[in-house]
Write a protein that binds this ligand. Structure first.
Ligand code: PBE
Length: 297
């Protein structure tokens, strides 16, 4: 009788012990590590980047180095990145993208930034307007408008969302300017009209900059300028404004994202200050992903 009970006890005890061990391993670091390994495998250790010249891609490569990650940052384009994000979300698959806000993607999908405890991507960013040297004398009216140009992230997102819905950037900007004459008046108040003076603004085909550049282009055109918007890559955009090949840009992300270009050409351009405050760049994932920090990749 005792023996039988003892055997039963041993059996039970082993069973309970086994549960305890299994339960325990769920709570220690091992299980986390297994999940992380499988995330990396599922992602092929790839971070989906945008164009190679973008600051956020460079910062992502820096993050891979500083956090000692096994990942590669795959560069493509802003459009390819948002397509990959949309495909992944449609299939509830994991994905890590280099992203930023203001951006229409936050209004469309449930997303989160991965924490960046080492601060590789910097903190809050401003988007500055930068003029070529001499613009204030050559085109004082445009200079003043560019200097006054200032809007909110929500304004930029309104424009971005409509462009993403398939409308032409020019048409969306026309409509935004018409519907926001009070805001535009603050930029143009007291500035004289001109007649057909040619002005050239360079930008990169990032969704945020397609929006801002088209809006300021529409405003300048309403003031009488003959506006040309030139789409270039990030590096050439900075060369263009520093060398005077373009008159201005409204696409300088500072202090971190374009900090290297800013320092390289400092003194060769005229910084008009922020046209938008409270922007941000970083690694972004769908909210359903079970990861919150770059440290855990
Ligand atoms: N961006 C949008 C740019 C600046 C504007 C964040 C993609 C970049 O990374 O350079």
């Amino acid at each position: 009788m005792f023996k039988k009970n003892f055997a039963k006890f041993t059996f039970l005890a082993t069973f309970v012990f086994a549960i305890a061990v299994t339960g325990c391993s769920n709570n220690d670091g091992n299980d986390g590590e297994e999940a992380i390994d499988s995330l990396g495998d599922q992602l092929d250790y790839t971070i989906t980047g945008i164009d190679a010249g973008a600051g956020v891609v460079r910062s992502a490569e820096q993050a891979v180095e500083d956090y000692g990650l096994d990942y590669t940052v795959q560069s493509s384009s802003g459009a390819a990145m948002t397509q990959a994000l949309s495909d992944a979300i449609a299939n509830e698959e994991p994905i890590i993208v280099t992203g930023w806000n203001p951006h229409w993607m936050f209004a469309t999908y449930d997303l989160k930034y991965l924490d960046d405890p080492k601060g590789v991507f910097g903190e809050s960013e401003n988007i500055n307007s930068i003029a070529r040297l001499g613009l204030s004398e050559d085109m004082p009216e445009a200079y003043e408008i560019l200097d006054n140009f200032h809007w909110e992230g929500s304004d930029m997102e309104d424009v971005m969302i409509q462009i993403n819905n398939g409308e032409e950037p020019k048409a969306v900007s026309r409509q935004w300017v018409d519907e926001n004459q009070d805001k535009v008046a603050v930029w143009t108040d007291g500035v004289d009209l001109v007649e057909g003076v040619e002005i050239n603004i360079a930008y990169v085909a990032w969704d945020s900059e397609i929006a801002s550049t088209n809006v300021i282009g529409t405003v300048l055109s309403d003031m009488g300028y003959d506006v040309t918007l030139v789409q270039v890559e990030n590096g050439p955009m900075w060369v263009a404004v520093a060398s005077g090949q373009t008159d201005a840009i409204v696409a300088a992300w500072l202090p971190a994202t374009h900090g290297d270009q800013y320092e390289k050409y400092e003194g060769e351009f005229d910084d008009l200050g922020p046209n938008l405050e409270g922007a941000k760049v970083g690694l972004i994932v769908p909210a359903y992903m079970d990861i919150n920090s770059i440290e855990d990749l």
